[in-house]
Design a protein around this ligand. Structure first.
Ligand code: ADP
Ligand code: ADP
Length: 225
C-alpha cells in the first residue's frame, strides 16, 4: 500500500463550509509533494487530515494501508510562523520533542546537534529566538521537526513569511535535507518557484474547493536517492 492515501475524502466543517470533496490522492514513501492553489481551496485541511488533526466527514485517509497512523510512524509538522518558546534557547527549543518523549538531556545532545547542523545553526545553540532573524527562527522550527527523524514531515507555508533572499538560502539547504532516504514531505506553498524547485511532485488544488486539478510528477522518489 501507498504511504499516504486519500479515498473519496470529504470535509465539511461544523459551520457547513465544504473544504474537501471526493478527493483521491496517493503519496509514496520518499515523495516530496507540494500543494499549490488559491486561498481557501483546502490545502491546510488536507494537511491536517494527514496529520490526524482533522477527520474526514466522508471517505478514508490511510497510512500504510491502515485507518490509523501506526505508533512507530514519526510525524512532524511545521507551521507558517516559527512557533518557538521565546524564553528558551535554540538548543532547548530543538530538544523539546525529545524531552517530551522522556529522552534525557545528555542522550539527546547528539541528535540536537545533528538537527542544528542540518539547518546550518550549529553555532547558535545558546542563542535566544529573539536574537535570530525570521529565517533563522524558521530553521530552528525545522530543526525541531527534524530532531525526531520523522518519516513524514508536513509543512504549512513554512517559508511564506520570509524575504526572497532568506528563502533562497533556505531552499538550497532544504534540497540537501530532502535527499535523506525515506523521508516523505508534504508542504503547502504559494510559490510556484518553491513548488517546482523543492518538490518531486506538484499537486494543484482548485478554486472550486477541495478538488485536485493537476498532479505533476517532476521526478520520482527513486530518482532522488
Ligand atoms: P491560509 O491557509 O489561506 O493562509 P488559513 O488557513 O489561516 O489561511 O485560513 C483559511 C481560511 O479559513 C480563512 O478564511 C479563515 O477565516 C478560515 N478559518 C480558519 N480557521 C477557521 C475557524 N476555526 N473557523 C472558521 N473559519 C476558519
Ligand atoms: P487553504 O489552506 O487552501 O487556504 P483551508 O483548508 O484553510 O484552505 O480552508 C478550506 C475552506 O475551509 C475555506 O473555505 C475555509 O474558510 C474553511 N475552513 C478552514 N478551517 C475551518 C474551520 N476550522 N471551520 C470552518 N471553516 C474552516
Amino acid at each position: 500500500p501507498r504511504f499516504l492515501m486519500a479515498r473519496g475524502v470529504e470535509k465539511v466543517y461544523p459551520n457547513g463550509t465544504l473544504a474537501l470533496q471526493r478527493l483521491n490522492l496517493d503519496i509514496a514513501r520518499g515523495e516530496i509533494v507540494s500543494l499549490l492553489g488559491p486561498s481557501g481551496c483546502g490545502k491546510s485541511t488536507l494537511l491536517k487530515m494527514f496529520a490526524t488533526l482533522e477527520r474526514p466527514t466522508a471517505g478514508q485517509v490511510r497510512w500504510n494501508g491502515k485507518a490509523e497512523m501506526a505508533a512507530e510512524c514519526r510525524m512532524a509538522m511545521v507551521f507558517q510562523e516559527a512557533t518557538l518558546m521565546p524564553w528558551a534557547t535554540v538548543e532547548e527549543n530543538v530538544r523539546l520533542p525529545l524531552t517530551l518523549r522522556g529522552v534525557s538531556k545528555k542522550a539527546s545532545a547528539p541528535q540536537v546537534m545533528q538537527a542544528l547542523l542540518a539547518v546550518g545553526l550549529e553555532n547558535f545553540l545558546h542563542a535566544m529566538p529573539r536574537e535570530l532573524s525570521g529565517g533563522m527562527q524558521m530553521r530552528v522550527s525545522l530543526a525541531r521537526a527534524l530532531v525526531t527523524e520523522p518519516d513524514l514531515l508536513l509543512m504549512d507555508e513554512p517559508f511564506g513569511a520570509l524575504d526572497e533572499f532568506t528563502r533562497h538560502k533556505l531552499d538550497s539547504d532544504i534540497r540537501r535535507l530532502w535527499a535523506k532516504r525515506g523521508l516523505t514531505v508534504v508542504f503547502v506553498t504559494h510559490s510556484i518557484y518553491e513548488a517546482v524547485y523543492l518538490s518531486s511532485r506538484v499537486i494543484v488544488m482548485g478554486a472550486r474547493p477541495g478538488r485536485v486539478v493537476a498532479d505533476i510528477v517532476i521526478d520520482g522518489p527513486q530518482a532522488r536517492d
